[in-house]
Design a protein around this ligand. Structure first.
Ligand code: IMP
Length: 175
């Protein structure tokens, strides 16, 4: 792998990602027919996933963003904290958290607990990726893109120390 030429092997192709995003959006459109939803984009990793997903949502939809911190390099610190919370009241709203990847599950369970305190009408989780073998806590993923093995992945919004988010596919860091 050379960072200059970005010759990083394809783990999940752009075509596969786009096809799965369409399926997830179709599922959300069916589940929330005649209802309004708020997608909560978990920054920074899910900004591309969220942008692709929202453009295929047919029910009335709004977007909010949150930012949390827990990662340094390729290892979770396990200490989750808020950098940025949503700007509007979520009381009585149908909320879907949109996450790039659930690894240990510590980040998203922290966020799910926090969101439940906001008296939402419903709360669901949509994650593009899940590393099931790495879970340290149980996480209910209502809409899942891909269940992947324990590899550190980059691209399609996912980074390694801030790099590689722009790749249109998902690759494995170091392979
Ligand atoms: P968790 O708290 O261990 O579930 O970590 C979740 C967060 O860690 C994700 O939102 C990502 O930002 C980051 N993360 C976990 N695994 C990876 C990976 O393989 N590549 C890039 N980021 C990752």
């Amino acid at each position: 792998m050379t960072t200059a030429s970005k010759s990083i092997g394809v783990f999940i192709s752009e075509e596969k990602i786009q096809a799965r995003v369409s399926e997830l959006a179709a599922q959300i459109n069916r589940d929330y027919e005649n209802q309004e939803i708020i997608l909560v984009c978990v920054l920074n990793g899910s900004f591309i996933f969220c942008a692709d997903l929202i453009r295929q949502i047919k029910v009335p939809v709004q977007i909010e963003t949150v930012s949390l911190s827990s990662y340094e390099g390729t290892e979770s610190t396990g200490q989750v904290s808020f950098r940025l919370d949503v700007k509007q009241s979520l009381v009585g709203k149908n909320v879907i958290l949109v996450e790039d990847i659930v690894d240990t599950g510590l980040t998203i369970s922290f966020l799910l607990k926090h969101m439940k305190l906001k008296n939402v009408a419903s709360l669901k989780l949509c994650s593009l990726l899940l590393k099931r073998a790495r879970l340290k806590v149980e996480v209910p993923v209502d809409y899942l893109g891909f269940d992947i093995e324990d590899k550190f992945v980059i691209g399609y919004g996912l980074d390694f120390d801030g790099r590689y988010r722009e790749l249109p596919y998902i690759g494995v860091y170091g392979e």
